[in-house]
Design a protein around this ligand. Structure first.
Ligand SMILES: [Zn+2]
Length: 147
């Protein structure tokens, strides 16, 4: 893995070695990988691997149910949170198994009142930008990201 610092949002992240280009998981900024020399034009993978490359303006948000760079969709996560949030399914979906278990426990302890919180979470997930959703709920270091 190679350590990168995003020139746009100035966050640190890692990407696999020998990648031709890397994408910042926080703001979606695509940048050339740190290589000794550039690939010739025409062999760059821009536009094929990245959802933002298919004719949309850079920074334009993707659809609610389209998956972002992480492969998770805020629409699916939001719906899971609204319908089954008290079971923590949206945390499991985002890869936060510990958060999901905490969610179930909170639901038991609060006799289901906790479901109100996850319901609001779901609505917020559907309304926020995809990159914001991924930053908060998928890439976050937190085991139990709330809002
Ligand atoms: Zn960035």
């Amino acid at each position: 893995m190679t350590q990168y610092n995003c020139p746009q949002c100035h966050r640190d992240f890692t990407a696999p070695d020998n990648a031709q280009s890397v994408r910042c998981p926080y703001c979606g900024n695509v940048q050339a990988a740190q290589q000794p020399y550039q690939q010739p034009y025409g062999q760059q993978p821009y536009g094929q691997q990245y959802a933002y490359g298919n004719g949309q303006m850079p920074g334009a948000d993707i659809g609610v149910f389209d998956s972002g760079p992480s492969g998770k969709s805020r629409g699916v996560a939001g719906l899971l949170a609204i319908l089954l949030g008290y079971l923590g399914i949206h945390y499991f979906y985002c890869g936060k198994a510990t958060g999901g278990i905490i969610c179930i426990l909170l639901c038991l302890v609060s006799c289901g009142v906790w479901g109100v919180v996850t319901f609001i979470q779901g609505i917020m997930m559907m309304c926020m930008r995809s990159d914001e959703f991924e930053r908060k709920y998928v890439y976050s270091q937190s085991t139990f990201p709330l809002f």
